[in-house]
Design a protein around this ligand. Structure first.
Ligand code: SF4
Length: 545
């Protein structure tokens, strides 16, 4: 296909905190470089950021309590500049929940304390960072997905952007617009956890050789408006126990953005064994617990969403660069699982990548540029990020068989030699339980379709399906062996096993409801489902998440 070619200095795929911090820091380094008359001059308008969401922040979702350390390095006057921090943390509580009771722990482990941190909406922070980046000369392209890497002679030379206006069969419609060949000296993958471009990069250059398989959690989040007088702005609750069984890892949260608006949710470690487990149902049960129910009663559900996070830690980090390309944020696995925090690491990794990219843009030839990009690893190893990740290097592995069996090993994880883990899907065991009966009451607890409605998600219906099932035969095998766990783990109910005219059945896929969480790509037992980017502009509308 004939594609128009555009040339850039750097293309950054994903306008999350990592991608925008990278773009902003790089733009400032380039401006200083040019102002000082250094050679070669670098095109100040040559930094491009692609974002598949219709607007900045629409695909951003996190709890979130942010450690402001990295933001202060990127924007030392972030408070004076109006960074949208909802509330400083005012109270910090940790609970153990049984099915109907709760016990507040008298002491919170140091890693979970939040003095000096801020409750934020990641989407609002991303929109603010986008405005700062644009003011610094960065070109932002919302509604544009990256469909693949441009590879030439063993180097990454940019990306192909998405074709727009294809029908279900992949044929051009009247409004067809082919994607661009966007050539760049440096390509940065900042797509979040399990990025499709990052996956291509890692496979192509075997960046994960020698690393632990990346481990994931699935975060399901809701925002509620509640009556005033029940909680103080800045209150942080974390909990473990109910609704997750002891052989699973994960826990709940509630953060008070204000006296009348709270964020709540559940993170489920995606290394559970029961293929019948339904994370969405677990979230509904969490809200029905008396601790949450008393807070939410009479309130209004504002938004729902779900996203995976990469929590394998230090030993799961891949090599961070390839010829012509870098990995940042969750795409690299930069998340401090012990502290339940990733936004600060995303910003810091973006800044370190920007410094390596800047060095590469000034290099005399491609080989020197690639050496400069490889220097990103050294920058990481010399930073506080390395020290923080090293402190919890075996933390995820301690909990890979659940909270009950993980508490003691987690206390000594830092004294142990490198611990391994399996890929997420390999923990599923054949058979599994029938999903526990559950009735949504429509007040505290919703069914999946109602939840999807509150995510605002939507895709143009007449386009090629972006959830690629490679083999129908494997699908049937998965149904008879595991009962098609995709029906259960998908937080949007996209997959459904349909009886098919007396045959064994078939998988029905309602791709329009997809939340882009990537759980299916991670958890399918046969790795038979590939999540690929749909046409840019589709997906969730995570206003205020
Ligand atoms: Fe997540 Fe896959 Fe379901 Fe989309 S289809 S919401 S990526 S599990």
């Amino acid at each position: 296909m004939e594609r128009e070619r555009l040339d850039a200095e750097a293309v950054i795929v994903g306008a999350g905190p990592a991608g925008l911090a990278c773009a902003l820091h790089l733009a400032r380094l380039v401006a200083e470089h040019n102002a000082q008359g250094r050679m070669p001059a670098i095109d100040p308008e040559g930094i491009f950021v692609l974002e598949k969401g219709a607007e900045l922040g629409m695909h951003s979702l996190s709890g979130a309590v942010m450690d402001p350390r990295a933001l202060a390095e990127l924007e030392p006057d972030y408070l004076a500049q109006g960074a949208p921090l909802e509330a400083p943390v005012s109270e910090d509580h940790l609970f153990h929940l049984s099915a109907s009771g709760s016990r507040r722990l008298p002491v919170i482990p140091a890693a979970l304390r939040n003095e000096g941190n801020h409750i934020i909406s990641l989407g609002r922070l991303v929109q603010w960072l986008g405005g700062r980046a644009e003011a610094a000369g960065v070109n932002l392209f919302p509604g544009t997905a990256a469909a693949g890497l441009v590879l030439e002679e063993g180097r990454v030379c940019g990306v192909i952007t998405d074709d727009k206006g294809l029908d279900k069969a992949g044929e051009p419609q009247a409004n067809f617009e082919p994607g661009y060949e966007l050539r760049a000296k440096v390509t940065v993958c900042a797509e979040g956890a399990r990025g499709s471009l990052a996956g291509q990069l890692i496979r192509e250059f075997q960046l994960d050789a020698g690393s632990n398989p990346q481990a994931y959690g699935l975060g399901l989040k809701e925002v509620w408006d509640i009556p005033a007088g029940r909680v103080k702005a800045g209150t942080v609750w974390h909990s473990f126990g109910h609704p997750l069984p002891g052989d699973m890892q994960g826990g709940g949260w509630m953060y008070a953005l204000s006296e009348t608006r709270v964020s709540l949710g559940l993170v489920v470690g995606l290394h559970y064994s029961d293929p019948g487990f339904q994370p969405h149902t677990a979230l509904q049960r969490y809200k029905q617990h008396p601790l949450l129910a008393g807070l939410l009663d009479g309130g209004t559900l504002v938004r729902y969403g779900a996203k995976t996070l990469a929590k394998g830690g230090y030993w799961a980090l891949p090599r961070l660069s390839a010829p012509g390309a870098l990995l940042v944020g969750d795409s690299a696995g930069f998340l401090d699982g012990m502290r339940l925090k990733g936004v600060h690491m995303a910003i810091k990794s973006g800044m370190l990548a920007a410094e390596a990219a800047y060095a590469a843009l000034g290099a005399a030839d491609p080989a020197a540029a690639d050496r400069a990009l490889a220097g990103y690893r050294e920058r990481f190893e010399a930073s506080w990020m390395k020290a923080d990740l090293w402190r919890g290097r075996n933390y995820h592995q301690a909990f890979q068989h659940g909270v009950s069996r993980g508490l003691l090993p987690s206390l000594v994880q830092g004294l142990r030699a490198r611990q391994g883990n399996r890929p997420a899907h390999a923990y599923l065991r054949p058979g599994g339980s029938a999903p526990a009966p559950f009735v949504a009451d429509g007040k505290l607890a919703q069914d999946r379709l109602t939840s999807v409605y509150h995510s605002g998600t939507g895709h143009r219906e007449d386009q090629p399906i972006h959830l690629k099932v490679e083999s129908d035969t494997l699908c049937l095998q998965c149904n008879s062996e595991f009962g098609s766990p995709c029906q259960h783990f998908c937080p949007a109910g996209v997959y459904e096993w349909a009886a098919d005219g007396g045959g064994a059945g078939r998988l029905r896929i309602n791709a329009a409801n997809c939340l882009h969480c990537k759980t299916c790509d991670i958890m399918d037992p046969y790795q038979n489902i590939a999540w690929t980017p749909p046409e840019g502009g589709g997906g969730p509308q995570y206003e205020g998440m």
